[in-house]
Design a protein around this ligand. Structure first.
Ligand code: F6R
Length: 366
């Protein structure tokens, strides 16, 4: 049942190229210039009416939502606010008939997320959900559903649900951009072509385990690990940090790299482990300065950079390269080494990878 893999999590990590491909099938095609989302019934008039979009979710799905904000704002030029469901539902959010709420949930049964949906729906919001489990409570209560085709996710730590949620968010952002005319047909086509290449790039990233295993055998005894990144890399850093803490029980935090000097850098001392995400071309130079800052205080830096950006090698203690991919399309590739890193750290420590302590796959209580 684990398909030859030692754990469901490792199997599911390796299923990502296929899960992503399935989530694009019928929606993103090479030959047509449009993007087809037959399941969702948003019109150009609807979009003109929505002054604002909320994305609401918990945990890993929330992290996918943070990436979704970048994508929708960047491509479709609509302001997006992202909130965790347990906050959103109790803070009397400014939601009305002019609001679109995008709910993200793998299980479709998370109690806080479902309650947030009902709260927003009661105030007249239009609900579009991104869900993996067909016919789940969240899917049934939504006006529109865009399914992720990740297949069953058994391991408690979410992997393929996250990457397929991000793919669904590209689809939504592109669909909105198409309806609103914020992107030319050529620009949409270029992004779609690159999306269709993502499964191959992820496959390649999956083949690169040596540096990660080396890192895990050296650092699994650590008490604290820091993740830093900027832009979309920051959203991915939050996810990498959650993965690591939930299955290896190592305390970790993720910071927007520019925030370091506003406090967290006080924690950096000789040997402190910092994982630096450097997959955003536009922010690469800024990240190099941040890496130098933590190195100067004695940090052990594991950098994750794109092929071609080799300068970091001369500064970082360890560097892992991911395949070349544009800044906007990078999260599904950048997260792969972080998932593997969490996995190998947990295995190295002898943790129960698929069933981490205190956690449940679907959180149906408050
Ligand atoms: C982390 C993880 C959780 C879930 C969260 C939401 O690996 O699995 O953080 O992402 O409980 O669950 P869903 O997506 O089912 O609403």
């Amino acid at each position: 049942e684990k398909g030859g893999y030692r754990h469901f999590m490792l199997k599911e990590i390796h299923e990502q190229p296929k899960a992503i491909k399935d989530t694009m099938t019928g929606r993103i095609a090479k030959d047509s210039d449009a993007i087809r989302l037959d399941d969702i019934k948003l019109t150009a008039e609807d979009l003109a009416r929505f002054g604002k979009i909320f994305i609401v979710a918990c945990g890993t799905a929330y992290h996918a939502g943070l990436a979704g904000k970048y994508l929708i704002e960047h491509l479709a030029k609509i302001p997006v606010e992202v909130d965790v469901a347990s906050e959103f539902r109790y803070r009397n959010p400014l939601v009305d008939e002019k609001t679109l709420v995008i709910i993200i949930s793998q299980s479709g049964e998370t109690l806080d997320t479902f309650a947030a949906l009902k709260e927003a729906k009661g105030k007249g919001a239009r609900i579009l959900s991104v869900v993996n489990v067909v016919g789940s409570s969240i899917a049934r209560e939504s006006h529109d559903v865009l399914y992720t085709w990740a297949g069953p996710e058994i391991a408690v730590a979410s992997t393929k649900a996250y990457t397929t949620q991000i793919i669904a968010l590209y689809e939504i952002a592109l669909h909105m951009a198409d309806l609103k005319g914020t992107l030319s047909k050529e620009a949409i086509k270029a992004i779609k072509d690159e999306m269709l290449n993502l499964p191959a790039k992820i496959e390649k990233a999956l083949g690169n385990k040596e540096e990660i295993q080396k890192f895990a055998s050296k650092n699994s005894g650590e008490k604290d690990v820091f993740f830093i990144g900027r832009g979309l890399d920051y959203a991915v850093a939050l996810e990498g940090s959650l993965k690591l803490k939930e299955i290896s029980y190592i305390h970790s935090d993720a910071y927007a790299a520019g925030e370091l000097k506003h406090g967290p850098i006080a924690l950096i001392e000789e040997g402190t482990v910092v994982i630096a995400l450097m997959a955003q071309h536009e922010l690469y130079e800024k990240m190099l300065s941040n890496v130098k800052e933590v190195k100067a205080r004695g940090a052990y830096v594991f950098a994750i950079a794109k092929e071609g950006n080799r300068e970091v090698e001369t500064i970082a203690d360890q560097t892992l390269y991911i395949p070349e991919v544009s800044d906007m399309l990078s999260p599904t590739v950048t997260v792969i080494p972080l998932q593997l890193l969490a996995y190998y750290m947990a295995v190295e420590k002898g943790c129960d990878v698929d069933m981490p302590r205190n956690l449940a796959k679907s959180v149906t209580v408050e």
